[in-house]
Design a protein. Sequence first.
Length: 580
Amino acid sequence: MQKPKKAFFHKLLIFFILISIIPPLILTFLGYTFSSKILQDAIYDQAHDSLIQINDSINEFLMEYKTVIDIVEQDIPLQEVLSHHVSLDDYYYQINEKIYFLLASKKYKFPIYILNQKGQAVYETSPLPPIYKGQASSSWGVFRKMNDSNDVVLYPHKFINNTGNTIVFTLGKRIVNDTGQSIGYIVIDIHRDAILNIMNTLGSSKVMDLKLIDPFFYTITDANHAHQEGFFWNSPFREEVSKEKQGKIYVEGNKVPKLLIYHTQSQSELTLIATVPLNIVAENNSYLREKVILSFLLSLSLAILISFIFAKHMVRPISKLAKSMKKVEEGNLTVRVNLNRNDELGVLENSFNQMVVRLKESMDNTIEQQRQLRIAEIKILQAQINPHFLYNTLDAIKWTAKLNQVTEISDIVTHLGNLLRNTINSDQEFITVKESLALLNHYLKIQELRYNDGFEVNMDVATDIMDYKIPKLILQPIVENAVVHGFEHIEEKGILHITGYEKQGDIYFEIHDNGIGMTEEQLATAINKKSDEHIGLYNVDQRLRLYYGEFYKVMIESTYGTGTTITIRIPVNSSLAHEN
């Protein structure tokens, strides 16, 4: 089983982080995206409201002085003086007092000029500016406009009067008698400071660039650019401004974009234009971007922390279960899981514990069955060897008795008795190497008598392995195979080498003979199937595999006509191999 890569934990962590961070991220992104428009709309609304208030204040301001002009224009004594019916001296005090009371409540005491039809001053609160001289007779400037109207007119022009005040426009009206004949003019000059005061009171010139123009785009007042007053407003947006009474225009600037806002007063028809730089929007965007990034990082950190804790909490019982399953896979069937949960994981916990209990019971039963089966198989193999060997031994006694009629029969029977006593009557499955060699010597003595010393045995077994335990009758079938099948058809004397030693934690036994050897066909079938010729080799191979596993078996090297070497290997560290 591969080591887990915590894929489920990582997926769960990423899922929780995404779930917790995506909604606020979307809301923040939308808020940041629309913040510029919202702020721009807010700037427009605020500036537009200011424009309306300023325009209304200017209109109220003009209406106050229009009212003064209308009252003065309808004064009967004044009309009598202008009609030359009476002398000014007779009514000067009365006219002066009336004008004084009309201007008394006003914040600004603008100069008032009353002129006759020729443009000569009949009454004035300040010296008549030179600009008006000759205009009446030539019907030019404000006089021309007054002659074309029966109402109070507004005439924009810029000059400095005798008192040093800058005049930006003039209010005037033609005075007519009862018959409708023009008999004179009344004129009031409006100072620039008065208009600027209204602009600055209701709108900040530091934030907004304010400009007042007439219907013909003549610049009456420019709060921040006085040098542009008295000139026509030269702008690519003039046509757009003339179409609507109010609106806004987004202007791309070289450095900072601007918002041009305009509003036209319906009564005075004067248009107030405000240009607002949108650097505040850029500054707000920069500020908002910093806050958004900071908020996102804080939210992400918090989301990761909370998601990590929550994911860890959810994965912990699953990790416990996975570790327990790994231990079961490694063979530990005493593992139990204790999650203390009442949910689906608790059900899984109970199922796992019950499964391990049943698996242990099943494996215990299987192991016991296999142990019984292994014992039975070994007993069967041993039973197969003993009758076969007994038959051969008795056959040897028979032929020895017939051919020699000597006392060797007694020796054969003695050795045979020792063999039978240690094989048939003993229930031990394992004996020491020393005991096994002693039994092997009994067998070899019998065979030497049988073959009349037709072969010799060289035995070289290390003394340090003598106390190790090996399966009983594990060497004898191999030696028997060499004597019976190896030496039977050779002319020279048979030589048998038996070697035993320890190497790298295993005991090795090598039995080499110079016998007839095996053909390739014989070698292929020697231990792969049961046969009458090599039943001993087959039984030894099967017993080794049953005792120690498939790695431990009979290994044969043989060349036909030369001889055979058979090697077996037994583990030293096996509890069955070493004497306790």
